[in-house]
Design a protein around this ligand. Sequence first.
Ligand code: GLY
Length: 399
Amino acid sequence: MTSVVSKASFKIFPVLVLASLTASHSSAQRLDTLVARAIDFSRTQLERSVKSLGDSAKFPRSTLDDGTWRIAKPNDWTAGFFPGCLWRMYEFTGDESFHAHARKWTGELKDQQLNTKTHDVGFIMFCSFGNEYRLHPNEETKNILLQSACSLASRFNARTGCIRSWDNPKWQFPVIIDNMMNLELLFWAAKNGGGKELYDIAVSHAEKTSQNHFRPDGSTYHVVSYDTTTGAVLAKETHQGFAHESVWSRGQAWAIYGYTMAYRETREKRFLQTAERAANWFLDHLPDDAVPFWDFQAPEIPREPRDASAAAIAASALFELCTLTEDARLQARYATEARRILTSLCKAPYLAANSASSGILNHTTGNWPAKSEIDVSLIYGDYYFLEAMMRYRQSERVN
Ligand code: GLY
């Protein structure tokens, strides 16, 4: 009897394997097609935006009711993302007009290298000049980035072991989970002549944030405030989320991305474990279409606005995390989930095709508690969506 069952299984097994390989091959083909279409659409949207913004380099931030861009100043935390989108589109297409536009918008941010008033100097400079340097290494851009890293590092406080995120006097020394993203500028600078101190600052900040921003289940607080005399934690809050003990979706996505990057740069296992904890929590709580609501515990779910930017940031991070994690089960999970999120973003209602929006992704939420930028297009959602598609294509070339 046993041998009959095993013989039958041996006949069925290759059929099942073939069926599952065929299914995953055809879903990869479907995602290839969706990504190709989304890149074409992104190109059209970026060309339209460049045309509508005219000769002066204005920085698109979010869409208004009529779909046109609301403009930000060069010192706004979002200013680097439009040039970053142009660099990404130049990378996708090789089209020299995108190169010229990317250089123009990036150049307008040069003065921000001296901005010491916010941790966001990392977002502003690394998404613009950082992409320029990655594609065209040159001394002038390198020096601008090194100066930007010094400006960011000037916000480090040895007693707290962290970089101060905001200068808002509501907190004594506020550190936000988003700040993890800006460590990439410090890691880059340390490798490019900026000195080991920048690396040590980044590691110290990541270490402290891992200790104090995470709950035991792997979810995160948005803001932790420290006492600058004793270094003690004074408050743990979720300023842009629904409640202090809820989970703000974009914050959780910043945590996945930030610790994935921190592990890539340091190979410190504790940062990999932190990235996995953040990713597992995020994935365990996603709704069916894989795009989170603006806060995972927002009270009116499923009638709450989504945050497609959190999905885009997480998808991009997961495409990298699946190549770094050593656990085969997690590798498979992160690769599958990154593709699932990207598939959703490449289609309606998230892709802004056939809508009035000047952006690429719809249904993104900036700051719900402040009643600001709710269910619109946001330039950082577009930037990480383009990066996720780039990483998807790279992963397909490797496999
Ligand atoms: N870094 C600000 C935000 O994610 O809204």
